[in-house]
Design a binder for this molecule. Structure first.
Ligand code: NAP
Length: 254
């Protein structure tokens, strides 16, 4: 019997996957048979990351484009679909963090956080969904956050953007489900990556985290792979509009 977790013959585009969680998820999908399109804002970083994956024996190409730029996104998705092949799986992963107290948050930084974290999900999904709808098949996974549900000092725009990604997931599910497209979210708890490096190195923050998280530790990025494979694979064909928290129990605890 073909495994319900097999991604053989499928191609995945992962935005912002030259490093961090996106890169790891790309490897996880490739381990389960998927071909990869690695995206980053620069072509050089996208190509570099793809060649590292190719050297490991995975099928990967790099394609650099800015996920916040509508015209670039449209051109890139058309190019990938026509020159590389169908996008069966899209992971909207690109994201940034900026930290300022609310009253000091520069408007330009608010705009950048909202554009990269939120608008990009709309722009990239809109283009990819057109092709998926024509094929009547597809998987879209949006990377959400604890801040899709919970606030935290100094990162209010990030929380606003990730709350919006949760609702984009549900809205897209409602519009696309009849085309056999499943749109779900993964909400990572606290994972040690480049983005959280400052927090990992902050002993006071780590002590708070151990107390606040029932599992009493940082997440290891590879612990997100199972959720991504599940939501990309036939195993989840009737799961739609769901946000899967991978958080060591944090959201369950007061
Ligand atoms: P990361 O290491 O900073 O990786 C983010 C990637 O996105 C980078 O490769 C970055 O490229 C790329 N990127 C940024 N702006 C882009 C743009 N406009 N177009 C294309 N690519 C762009 O972050 P991460 O920790 O892996 O986070 C990945 C996702 O998980 C984000 O959505 C984040 O919000 C979410 N998340 C992370 C955690 C955590 O604990 N780390 C927790 C919850 C959710 P450059 O470096 O070249 O700019």
């Amino acid at each position: 019997m073909k495994s319900i977790f097999s991604l053989a013959g499928k191609r995945a585009l992962i935005t912002g996957s030259a490093q961090g969680i996106g890169n790891l998820l790309a490897r996880g999908l490739a381990e389960h048979g998927a071909s990869l399109v690695i995206n980053d804002i620069t072509q050089q970083r996208a190509e570099q990351a793809a060649s590292t994956l190719t050297a490991l024996g995975y099928d990967a190409v790099g394609y650099g484009f800015d996920v916040t730029h509508a015209a670039e996104v449209e051109k890139a998705i058309a190019h990938i679909e026509q020159e590389i092949g169908a996008i069966d799986i899209l992971i909207n992963n690109a994201g940034i963090q900026r930290r300022y107290p609310l009253t000091e948050f520069p408007e330009a930084e608010w705009d950048r956080v909202i554009d990269v974290n939120q608008k990009s999900v709309f722009l990239v999904s809109q283009q990819v969904a057109k092709y998926m709808m024509a094929r009547r098949e597809g998987k879209i996974i949006n990377i959400c956050s604890m801040q899709s549900e919970l606030g935290r000092k100094t990162i209010t725009p990030y929380a606003a953007s990730k709350g919006a990604v949760k609702m984009l997931t549900r809205g897209m599910c409602v519009e696309l489900a009849e085309y056999n497209i499943q749109v779900n979210g993964i909400a990572p708890g606290y994972f040690a990556t480049e983005m959280t490096e400052a927090l990992v190195n902050d002993d006071a923050f780590s002590a708070w985290l151990y107390q606040r998280t029932p599992a009493a530790r940082w997440g290891k990025p590879e612990e997100l792979i199972g959720a991504a494979v599940y939501l990309a694979a036939p195993a989840s064909n009737f799961v739609n509009g769901h946000i899967l928290f991978v958080d060591g129990g944090m959201l369950a605890a007061v």
